[in-house]
Design a protein around this ligand. Structure first.
Ligand code: GLN
Length: 202
């Protein structure tokens, strides 16, 4: 790989465009991934925010679930925001009965954990890995991480209020996931952190 990694965005559903912009601004070349062939062209993959039940259905329909699982098993770095976090989790609470995930991160996530759409909110989140300046955490019908297995690193928690302590960002080897949506904030530090980790794993 050159020092400019190619990072794909899983483009079945969700806020693909915003991730492409954030990744380009973070020094990656980007492409949209819809097929097994597209997946074979990239060094790393972002799973966008959106609706994990729909994404799961489409991944199965387009025969992408197995190639995605194989890519995780082969060590491809992936980053998932919100619905993407759900897609990368090994276990889901409050999922649909037929909902499957790619898996890879040894966590249990709870879908729509903070409440309904109207309960979307923004709060500052400190992520030491990206620097001391708090990050604007945008949560939209967000999942939270309910349980983490050994080997999973907790990168951020809610700091204040009734939900203080709730885990909202994790890393497990090359896999990174956040409950919130950095792609819509214009602050690219999470994407930069991911692109840098892709470079280092190469
Ligand atoms: N609630 C959505 C789901 O279950 C996630 C929402 C989001 O990505 N903003 O997939």
């Amino acid at each position: 790989m050159t020092s400019t990694p190619r990072v794909g965005v899983l483009s079945l559903q969700g806020d693909v465009r915003e991730h492409l912009v954030a990744l380009e601004a973070s020094g990656a070349r980007t492409s949209m991934v819809r097929t097994r062939e597209d997946l074979a062209e990239v060094d790393a993959l972002v799973i966008p925010g959106g609706e994990s039940t729909t994404m799961s259905k489409l991944a199965l329909l387009f025969d992408l679930m197995l190639p995605l699982r194989e890519a995780v098993a082969a060590g491809m770095p992936m980053y998932g925001s919100c619905a993407g976090l759900i897609m990368l989790a090994n276990r889901i609470e409050d999922g649909r009965p037929d909902q499957e995930t790619i898996g890879g991160i040894d966590i249990t996530v709870r879908r729509n954990a903070f409440g309904r759409q109207v309960d979307s909110f923004e709060i500052p989140i400190t992520i030491e890995a990206i620097g001391p300046q708090p990050f604007d955490g945008v949560f939209i019908r967000a999942p939270w991480v309910e349980q983490v297995g050994p080997g999973v690193q907790v990168l951020a928690r809610i700091e204040q209020g009734p939900r203080a302590g709730t885990i909202v960002a994790v890393q497990h080897e090359g896999l990174l996931a956040t409950s919130f949506h950095p792609e819509i904030t214009g602050d690219h530090r999470v994407h930069q952190f991911f692109v840098e980790s892709v470079r280092q794993r190469a």
